[in-house]
Design a protein around this ligand. Structure first.
Ligand code: NAD
Ligand code: 4PL
Length: 244
């Protein structure tokens, strides 16, 4: 297995939006980026502009997760950084959340994090080094309505960070969360969350819509060598919308 001299970062859901901006940022920091997404075309475009590689991946599919992690190890011999970014971002009032929709959101947003983190920590543990960043959301702080299933998964992603940090520390792995506020990603701009800006922007300290590029540097810092004394934490990146 060839050992890449560059650091290797695997970013899920990186075909567009916040994940794509994170891939751009980590590539600019000199890493080889693995752009993993169910959207093959979008992943290929983001990988190409960053001289990285694209992987077609549904994070809720155990076989695909195992296969993709094995392929990355085969190709590069290392995984330094995992960014758990892939998620469904629904807007559904509680009374209308069917058990099927509930299970679907749990499966992608929560089982996906389990599967990716479980597979990648095995690789990082062997190397004695790793950086994991979960993309949570300030909805867990704000209690944003009409997406209770989503908020529950984002709280769980912070719970995992807190619950795992102590076990991963002795392996040389840090695990942290970044919790963005509302961000003008392709997903949000094309869906019902778009109207949320009218309500949220006036509560921010800065009077404009947040962009994927506003989130990526915080992720890059926690993914960097320099962040080695930070683990189990959540960094809120929301222009001061919430204060905790
Ligand atoms: P987006 O919808 O624009 O992009 C999400 C990407 O994830 C898409 O490329 C999609 O194809 C991919 N994806 C979906 N299901 C997948 C699966 N099962 N396996 C692999 N890839 C999958 O979303 P975004 O707004 O950029 O959000 C990215 C992350 O940021 C999510 O975790 C979201 O919860 C979080 N977040 C977003 C906002 C916001 O306002 N945009 C705010 C806080 C947190
Ligand atoms: C404040 O994570 O944090 C809408 C959509 N509004 O996904 C989010 C806020 C959304 C958010 C989010």
């Amino acid at each position: 297995m060839p050992e890449s001299t560059k650091r290797v970062a695997l970013i899920t859901g990186a075909a567009q939006g916040i994940g794509a901006a994170i891939a751009d940022e980590l590539a600019a920091d000199g890493m080889t980026v693995v752009v993993a997404d169910v959207n093959a075309e979008g992943a290929a475009a983001v990988a190409e502009r960053n001289s990285g590689v694209a992987k077609i991946l549904d994070v809720s599919d155990p076989e695909r997760v195992a296969a993709v992690v094995a392929e990355v190890v085969e190709e590069f011999g290392r995984i330094d950084v995992l960014v758990n970014n892939a998620a469904l971002v629904p807007l559904t009032p509680w009374a209308e959340i069917s058990f099927e929709e509930w299970r679907k959101v749990m499966s992608v947003n929560l089982d996906g994090i389990y599967l990716m983190t479980h597979a990648v920590t095995a690789v990082m543990g062997e190397a004695g080094y790793g950086r994991i960043v979960n993309i949570a959301s300030n909805t867990f702080v704000a209690g944003t309505p009409d997406c209770a299933h989503y908020v529950a998964t984002k709280g769980a992603s912070i719970g995992l960070v807190r619950g795992l940090a102590g076990e991963l520390g002795p392996l040389g792995i840090t695990i942290n969360a970044v919790a963005p506020g509302i961000i003008a990603s392709e997903g949000v701009l094309s869906g019902p969350h778009e109207s949320g800006f009218d309500y949220v922007v006036p509560m921010q300290a800065f009077d404009r819509r947040g962009l994927p590029q506003d989130v990526a540097p915080a992720v890059a810092f926690l993914a960097s060598e320099k962040a080695g004394w930070i683990t189990g934490q959540t960094l809120v990146v929301d222009a001061g919308h919430t204060r905790n």
